[in-house]
Design a protein around this ligand. Structure first.
Ligand code: MG
Length: 345
């Protein structure tokens, strides 16, 4: 089994090398005991997590201990001999929050874990999500954004999707496509809802019990592809490679509390462009989960982009629309969740 696993990892790493830097590695290393967890399915609590991109190309979990201190979960798990999920998706899908908690407690109290502590400022961030079962996106979910976009107030949530190729890391660089493909690039900062339990026909009043946590995310958009292609296909303007950066953190739901009162902002090259609050959503996270799970089952690790507030370039008067371009730096921030940064090239 070990040699086969090694082979699979090696071939995955080679594929990644051939595909270039923007197609980051989907390979994740498993510890000897990972994947064998069979205890109760538990969601993470009291944790702020991140993804570290390692020298071998793998992306593994880090736990934020303090302002500039991160526990490298893979290294800690090896040093202390405690099995723990090595990626956020493994944690959410297996439900082995107790394994992570055990590792965190041991690392806090044992000097042996010192070699597994790294400075956050020295980390290359990896993707928090590489292979979610579903990526659901919500369109037109803030009233003032609907007005600026000249659209009609929806009576039910408008759903579309991204694919895994769009998933990108904090501090990433989005390589813009050539101009004949698209050039009307725009930002959309959004609260990302991360599911932690299987959910089907969930009532609004129960919906937040199914949420593992939240992240800051960007629904990066090419407006020409989204709105000017025949028959108006939103999806193609939303899921080009790396058009969905997420991060820097996953913050567990208990640490966030009410998701319906969080300041949400976008800065472009230091200038404020969006400044609103999640309280202005038309369909709040509870309503979104209730609506979506009437249609289909949501699984642990599924993620939901919950819509963007006003202030996007699309909403400017036509003569003032200056689309994003190579060299621009975007910062998306949401209260309690941190500031997601990325560049365009
Ligand atoms: Mg959006």
């Amino acid at each position: 089994v070990t040699s086969r696993r090694t082979f699979l990892q090696t071939s995955a790493a080679m594929t990644v090398g051939a595909a270039g830097a923007s197609q980051a590695s989907g390979a994740t290393e498993k510890s000897a005991t990972a994947g064998k967890y069979s205890g109760p399915h538990e969601m993470p609590a009291n944790v702020t997590l991140l993804s570290m991109r390692n020298a071998d190309g793998s992306e593994t979990l880090g736990v934020r201990f303090g302002d500039d201190a991160v526990l490298d979960v893979r290294k800690g798990s090896q040093l202390l001999g405690i099995a723990a999920p090595l990626t956020l998706e493994e944690l959410l899908k297996e439900g082995n929050a107790s394994g992570l908690d055990k590792l965190i407690a041991a690392a806090r109290s044992s000097g042996r874990a010192r070699a597994a502590m790294v400075k956050e400022s020295a980390i290359t961030f990896g993707r928090l999500f590489t292979n979610p079962g579903k990526i659901v996106c919500i369109g037109l979910n803030y009233r003032a954004h609907i007005q600026e976009a000249n659209m009609k107030l929806p009576s039910v949530p408008i759903l579309f999707n991204k694919y895994n190729n769009a998933l990108a890391a904090h501090n990433c660089t989005i390589k813009l496509p050539p101009r004949d493909i698209a050039y009307k690039f725009d930002y959309e900062t959004e609260l990302l809802i991360v599911m932690g339990k299987q959910a089907r026909n969930v009532a609004e009043a129960e919906a937040l019990n199914y949420v593992a946590g939240y992240c800051t995310a960007q629904d990066f958009s090419a407006r020409d592809l989204q709105l000017e292609t025949p028959s108006v296909q939103w999806m193609i303007g939303k899921t080009l490679d790396d058009f969905g950066p997420i991060g820097p953190y996953f913050v567990s739901a208990d640490l966030v509390g009410d998701p319906n009162n969080l300041k949400i902002e976008t800065h472009v090259n230091g200038e404020v462009r969006q400044s609103s609050n999640t309280s202005s959503m038309i369909f709040n996270p509870q309503k979104l989960i209730a609506y979506i799970t009437r249609m289909w089952t949501l699984e642990p690790g599924d993620i939901i982009w919950s819509g963007t507030p006003e202030g996007v370039i699309l909403g400017y008067p036509k003569e003032k629309q200056v689309w994003l371009k190579a060299g621009d730096e975007i910062v998306s921030s949401i209260e309690k969740l941190g500031a997601l940064r990325f560049k365009l090239a």
